[in-house]
Structures are given as C-alpha cells and as structure tokens.
Design a protein. Sequence first.
Length: 274
Amino acid sequence: MKATIFTATLTFSLAYGQGSLEGWAPGGADDFRGPCPMMNTLANHGFLPHDGRNITRENAIHTLNTGLAFDTTLAGIMWDQAVFSNPKPNAIFFTLDNLNQHNVLGHDASLSRQDAFFGNNHVFNQTIFDATTALWGGTTLDANMLAMGKLARQVASKAFNPEYKFTSTTEAFSLGELAAPILMFGDHAAATVDRAMVEFFFENERLPSDLGWTKQTNGIDLEIVLKMSEIIGNAANLIAHTKPATHASSRRLGRGGMKIQMRDLYSGAFSVQG
Ligand code: HEM
Ligand SMILES: *[C@@H]1O[C@H](CO)[C@@H](O)[C@H](O)[C@H]1NC(C)=O
Ligand SMILES: *[C@@H]1O[C@H](CO)[C@@H](O)[C@H](O)[C@H]1NC(C)=O
C-alpha cells in the first residue's frame, strides 16, 4: 500500500494532468497546501502537481476542465486572478502556499478554516467546520442550509475577532465558495447537494467518488456560478415571511435579487487593505 502511494506520488510530480480518482495521497512535509479545499484535493489526486507548486495557466485550465467539467474561459479567469498571489512580477505560475496570504484571496469567516487573527488560517479545522455544519439541518443540503452555515461563521467572527474584515468583494467570493459544493457534487436545477459528499470532501480533501460522485455532465461556466451564488445570496437574507425554499429562491431570480457581476467578484480583491 505504501509503495503504491509512493509510486503514485512520484508519477504526479513528473507528469502534469496525470492524476486519477484512485490515486490519492495527502500532501507530505515538503508539499504546499492552501486554504482552498478543492485546489488541495486536486493536488492530492495529482490532477494538479502533488507538491502544490507550478500551477500554470495551462495546468489549471486543463485540470479544472478535464477533472471537474469547468468551462475553459471560467477556469482561465480564475487563474488570472490567482496568479497575482505570487509576489514575483510577471509570474507564470502560483503555488498553493501563495494562496495562504491573509486578505489577498483568503478571507475571514471561512467555512472550514479559522480566521487569521486566531492562528492558522489555511489548514482544515474541524472545530470551525463543526460550527458551520451545525446549521445544516438535513442530509440533503439546500441553499438555505448552506447560507445559514455561512452566516453563522460571520456572526461568530464579527463577535469575537477584533480584526474581522468582510468586504462586498469578499461576499461575492464567499457566495461562489458556497455555490461550489452544489456545482461540483449536486443537482444544479434543484440547487441541492448530498451532505455526506460535501463533508467527505472538506474533511478528507478528496473527491467523493467512493460515495458515488462522478464528474458533472453539465459543464460549469460563469453563468451557472453567478446564478447559484445569487440563489445562496437570496437565501442568506434573514428577512423572511416563510422559510425560503430553494425553488422559491430560484423563481425570484432576475426580479430585483442581488446582482453579482464578474467585476465585483474580483475587483480590489488582490490588495491588502489596512
Ligand atoms: C484557480 C482556481 C482556484 C483558486 C485560486 C482558489 C482559491 C481559493 C482560496 C484562496 C480560498 C480561500 C478563501 C477563504 O479564505 O475562505 C478558496 C476557498 C474555497 N474554494 Fe477555491 N479556488 C479555486 C478553485 C476552486 C474550485 C474549482 C472549487 C470547487 C468548485 C473551489 C472551492 C472552494 C471552496 C468550497 C472554498 C471555501 C473553503 C472554506 O470556506 O473553508 N475552489 N479558494
Ligand atoms: C510547470 O508546468 C508546465 C506545464 O504547465 C510544464 O511544462 C513545466 O515543465 C513545469 N515546470 C516545472 C519546473 O515543473
Ligand atoms: C481550530 O480552531 C479553534 C478555534 O479557533 C482553535 O482553538 C484550534 O486551535 C484550531 N485548531 C487547529 C489545529 O488549528
């Protein structure tokens, strides 16, 4: 078993985009990992370099497209925004360690990481994740459950972190991160996702194929990211006449709901604001 993992790891570090669902090994002492459970997962599977380095544009687009059915344009936009986290000018890659800088791309009130004020802000933290999942009242997650988990983390952070920061740009990123589980593992039309798959993914940083997951057959593009973000954003509104069911949120789309633009997703996110 050990030998198999070693061989698999060696293969990952020699060839790009050669990972597999079966070939999985967590990052070792010399490997970089970061605050993004999905980038860590893709590195653990060897879809991204297992050492967490040299994430080139070509690499990221190929991985997100072939591994997760991401539209290549969307994957390119995501990489373009992230490469600025590499402090070297004109960098052609970033590392998972580059993503660890506080208030560059990483932010407070993460679902599974503690705020930088309290310590390590990029390693999975079970205590924090438990605080998020405590608001998930079912085995099939809907937009309301995901949104309430997000708000609970913001409330706890704003209450106890004297350096709490969460801008409107952070909000747009955060909603995208909340949409991600549905987009990756769930039902796009119903805006729901199996809770066990989401927990397995966060806790193991591994794709939940053992739980029956397969790559989405419908591609993931900017339009669906914005749509799902909007559904979660609507569900996060605490003013409610009835508990907002997911399908009701979907019906409200386009009728005065929060509009998130690509420029909001990314503008100003890359400078540390004091
Ligand atoms: C170029 C590609 C990507 C980059 C550079 C990136 C970067 C990041 C960063 C910096 C964070 C930390 C934000 C925070 O402080 O909470 C994050 C969080 C997250 N990312 Fe990614 N990401 C990428 C792709 C993806 C993809 C494809 C998915 C899955 C669809 C994903 C899912 C998530 C989730 C669920 C979180 C929230 C984690 C939490 O709140 O604990 N990311 N990402
Ligand atoms: C970095 O990745 C590219 C592919 O995106 C590859 O051609 C190159 O050899 C890699 N560089 C190193 C140092 O591993
Ligand atoms: C997880 O977060 C809690 C709450 O901030 C903290 O007490 C604990 O030390 C963290 N654990 C790790 C491993 O960082």
